[in-house]
Write a protein that binds this ligand. Sequence first.
Ligand code: DAH
Length: 340
Amino acid sequence: MEKELNLIRENALSQIESSKDTLSLDDIRVKYLGKKGSLTQVLKSLGNLDAEKRKEVGILANKIRNELEEKIKDKKDLLKIKEINEKLQNEKIDISMSKKCSKKIGHKHPLTIVLDDIKEIFMGMGYSIFEGPEIETTYFNFDALNAPIDHPSRDLQDTMYVTDDICLRTQTSPVQVRTMLNKKPPLKVICPGRVYRSDSVDATHSPMFHQVEGLVVGENVSMADLKGTLELFAKKYFGEDTKIRLRPHHFPFTEPSCEVDVSCFVCGGKGCRVCKKEGYIEILGAGQVHPNVLKAGGIDPEKYTGFAFGLGLERIAMTKFGVTDMRYLYENDKRFLEQF
Ligand code: DAH
């Protein structure tokens, strides 16, 4: 194990040393020190060793962890200075230029473009929009969604808590229950908003991102209605030839649950770079609303049924616009934003 640790240390140090910008340095940090990073994995596996060995290896692993953290910090400081200097070099303002420059009017952020398109499609199908709070009780975020206190999504590692029973919502699903407590069925809503998870920043993760929840409750609402609705949405959003595919999955608040893929809008399902040769791209989670969730919303599950779905805006925007790194969406760099 010591050998493995020293190898991790050497590899990490040389990658830190040769990293050229702060983005790739972030990736290196995640690779070694992130939740699933190789050093973290070693620390997690210490429990399998006997006490004496555990202490020895634990001390070494923590020493390496501290060393890597420090090296990453130093390198980050250096790279930041380098990046600022490069920016200053490249973005000099010519103060001798005539002041007759035209004022540029801004435009919608790519995430807003995607959200507006989604809203328009669902409003066309008779949905209304309902919003809930970003600071949410653990009751609405978990319990009311059939995820009791011992559910793994409530782990301190995953969820940002304000107090023991108030958190930053980890999903827009709590708005399902808030809607049911406010409106009588039949109801059809979409609920867009920001959600938060304790994730490190990398090309595909951010501690804050956006979701859109959908909820339909009425008499005899079935999985077939869910499929028809999502198929119509996919065709309108990604193009008339788009097909969808439902794969069985598990969510505590739906039964049955599924994940939904759309046929790749670039290659039409043949397999290409955008769909990573799969032919299909995963876009959302969905299912038939669990009777316990209907009950939490004050709705009689014997009389009414429903379906729900939740999609990630960033994921849809990145697929649709071919954005390869999520961080671009939050950096407010005009050169990126102007392309949409
Ligand atoms: N809340 C889920 C998540 O954040 C997404 C989701 C899955 C929402 C299935 C739903 C659903 O309404 O039915 O991963």
